[in-house]
Write a protein that binds this ligand. Structure first.
Ligand SMILES: *Cc1c(COP(=O)(O)O)cnc(C)c1O
Length: 370
């Protein structure tokens, strides 16, 4: 049996008519940027996230960078992010001119350890950017209490957590703003690059913030050829918006299947050499990634590959050891938890359309590894 790491075949088969219909609709309208498809998806996604505003963007990186810019973050400012995340979280900060400050994750949840945040706050700190990594919500009560205490903005990185809930509240609705990615492999994926920023009710003036984010993504324009900011070009195009509108109604069902797969893994994998993920009581996880850990990670990956099971690593090199962040001069050994995760984490196949037989095959393979 062959088990890919991820495929989109099943959802594309189920939604074949809807996706082709979306293409036809946009093609017939012959209108490709900034039209009714974008507006319709933004309205539906804002509703899904239980917020008032949604602004489509070109990708997830911009969906995080634009709200930071709109909040006035720039050179001389510091933004607290977890030390283990996809590099886009850090780059969103760097592109504003501000400095990312890495705070170690909790080794059990892989999310930022809230008990370490206060020690990282300086008089330059402006924002906390929690990342709901692998589809698991951060401990938001604690994060928000710290942000309130020090009067900091909160911008959530929800790129891996569409629909995840913390104590029943959907992620993206806690902070001043939140960024989502619709990269094809994400829980809600477009058929190309796409993203969105949502603006929650924490901000004192959410409408003004949303207007500024929208203007910044459209050449800093508030109305045509009137440029009030030195903006960017990052818009959600009509074609991707139409595809996303076809897929959004299926998101909860797709996440529910991921949860079933995760439950099978959690109940079925029994191997002393493998550390399974922990799910805190507060978390409704959407399992973007099913991350296990193992001291002999590369050996296990090879063992599974020999059985035609594809795996992945998220992420093999922590950000502070990447060439991109050489300038921060954070030596190896400084962020031991992020480094430990990078050496031991292995991501198992997880996607809508994975069959029970495939899940059982992966479980049996791991259990047979001695
Ligand atoms: C995917 C991802 C992003 C960036 O999204 P893109 O659409 O690829 O730009 C940001 N943060 C995290 C945690 C991600 O996984």
């Amino acid at each position: 049996m062959k088990v890919p790491f991820v495929t989109f075949k099943e959802i594309e088969k189920e939604l074949d008519g809807a996706l082709r219909g979306a293409f036809e609709r946009v093609y017939e309208a012959s209108w490709y940027i900034g039209g009714r498809e974008d507006a319709a998806f933004e309205e539906a996604f804002a509703k899904y996230c239980n917020v008032s505003y949604c602004i489509g963007t070109g990708n997830g990186l911009d969906a995080l960078m634009l709200p930071l810019k709109a909040l006035g973050i720039g050179e001389g400012d510091e933004v607290i992010i977890p030390s283990n995340t996809f590099i886009a979280t850090a780059l969103a900060v760097s592109y504003t001119g501000a400095t990312p400050v890495f705070v170690e994750p909790d080794i059990n949840t892989y999310n930022i350890d809230p008990s370490l945040i206060e020690a990282a706050i300086t008089d330059k700190t402006k924002v906390i950017m929690p990342v709901h990594l692998y589809g698991q919500p951060c401990d938001m009560d604690v994060v928000m209490a710290i942000a309130d205490k020090y009067n900091l903005y909160v911008v959530e990185d929800c790129a891996q957590a569409h629909g995840a809930r913390y104590k029943g509240q959907v992620v993206g609705s806690f902070g001043d703003a939140a960024g989502f990615s619709f990269y094809p492999g994400k829980n809600l994926g477009a058929l190309g690059d796409a993203g969105a920023t949502v603006v929650g009710s924490r901000n004192a003036d959410p409408k003004a913030l949303a207007d500024k984010i929208r203007a910044l993504g459209n050449y800093g324009c508030d109305y045509k050829y009137h440029h009030i900011y030195a903006g960017f070009n990052s818009r959600l195009d009509e074609m991707q918006a139409a595809f996303l509108s076809a897929k959004l109604p299926e998101l909860d069902r797709m996440n529910a299947r991921r949860r079933q797969i995760a439950d099978m893994y959690l109940a079925g994998i029994k191997n002393d050499r493998v550390i399974m993920p922990t799910v805190p009581d507060y978390a409704e996880v959407v399992w973007h990634i099913f991350a296990i850990r193992c001291d002999d990670r590369d050996e296990l990956a090879q063992y599974l590959e020999d059985k035609d099971i594809a795996t992945n690593m998220h992420y093999p090199t922590p950000m502070h050891l990447q060439g991109a962040y050489e300038n921060l001069q954070i030596p190896k050994g400084t962020l031991p938890v992020a480094e430990e995760i990078s050496l031991t984490e292995l991501s198992l196949p997880m996607y809508y359309g994975m069959t029970d037989e495939q899940v059982t095959y992966v479980i049996d393979a791991i259990n047979s590894w001695k």
